[in-house]
Design a binder for this molecule. Structure first.
Ligand SMILES: [Mn+2]
Length: 327
């Protein structure tokens, strides 16, 4: 990846721990100047604001890390120069200089639990703290069931003389940045991480500790509020928070209730003009709800017992009426 001296490369990464750690691994190895960048939090694409900022940076080339961007965003980046992608999400292969994604080449997610793992192997590096952080971020405690990964994780944890939970705490501290919507800090942290050699350097960061306390207090308070009963076994709660905590709040409420209950939480205050909706519990047919929303052009996803969506706030009542009819 050669570059002209006067133009920076663009290192575009996901806003979570895996994205920040993978970017830091690359920064250690890249020569030349780079600008780190993350899209608007919650958007798995480049919107007009992102594009305007990238135009002003006028990068020499782009490296995309841990983020499955749609074709339109990739085509935009190609206007500036070469595009190299390192990822592990399911996606179509893009027509770019390099799209390195072992998962779409048929490798297993056990073998490559995170993008940090993908980048480490591509660069032929020994797995290290940053490799672990990405995997802990994406898999959390489920990493314990991955024998291949644990074969690498265990000796490293021993060498740092820390436990599994210490690394998890690093992840929770780092992920406060996107939950609090601190995009500037997310873009700066790869530069801090690239020099970190021991987990204690992360655990000692007072700003991240304060973030964690603040978030925990908000989540705890919101999770204990009175729910509205919409119908038998269906309860709702409306948040008014600028924090991206809807999935955590919904999970906490749901875990304290009967398995037959469904909890629906909404938050119109994370993004202007959009309402986040999160539903968890005994959902009769989550796939049908997801398809119904996607057919109308909304962002929706989930599993059998979870549905998450983002809908326009001005059409919220009408859309949620249809959703509630399906619960
Ligand atoms: Mn990832």
């Amino acid at each position: 990846m050669s570059q002209a001296m006067d133009k920076p490369g663009l290192l575009l990464h996901h806003w979570d721990t895996d994205g920040m750690s993978s970017a830091a691994i690359l920064l250690r190895c890249l020569e030349g100047t780079y600008e780190t960048f993350t899209p608007m939090i919650g958007n798995y694409l480049l919107n007009d604001e992102d594009k305007e900022e990238i135009r002003a940076l006028n990068p020499d080339h782009t490296i995309v890390v841990d983020m499955a961007l749609p074709k339109d965003s990739i085509e935009f980046l190609k206007e500036f120069g070469e595009v190299h992608i390192f990822d592990h999400h399911l996606q179509h292969r893009h027509d770019v200089e390099l799209h390195h994604n072992p998962i779409i080449s048929g490798e297993s997610t056990k073998r490559f639990p995170s993008c940090s793992w993908v980048v480490t192997e591509y660069l032929e590096l020994e797995p290290g703290l940053l490799t672990l952080l990405g995997a802990f971020g994406d898999r959390e405690t489920k990493l314990k069931d991955n024998h291949h990964a644990m074969g690498v994780v265990k000796p490293l944890l021993d060498s740092f003389q820390v436990g599994f939970d210490d690394l998890l705490r690093c992840v929770y501290m780092m992920d406060t940045l996107h939950k609090l919507g601190n995009r500037k800090a997310i873009r700066e942290i790869p530069w801090f991480l690239m020099d970190v050699i021991h987990p204690r350097e992360i655990l000692a960061r007072e700003d991240l500790k304060d973030n964690l306390d603040r978030l925990e207090k908000t989540i705890e308070r919101e999770s204990k509020r009175q729910l509205n009963k919409l119908k038998e076994n269906l309860y709702s709660l409306r948040l008014e928070t600028p924090y991206n905590i809807i999935s955590t709040v919904t999970r906490r409420i749901s875990w304290n209730r009967s398995d037959n209950d469904i909890v629906m939480v909404t938050n119109p205050s994370f993004t202007d003009g959009e309402t986040q909706v999160y539903i968890r519990g005994a959902i009769p047919d989550s796939q049908e709800i997801i398809e119904y929303l996607r057919d109308m052009g909304h962002s929706a996803g989930g599993k059998s017992d979870v549905v998450g969506m983002v809908i326009p706030t001005e059409r919220e009542d009408e859309i949620l009426k249809e959703v509630v009819n399906r619960l």
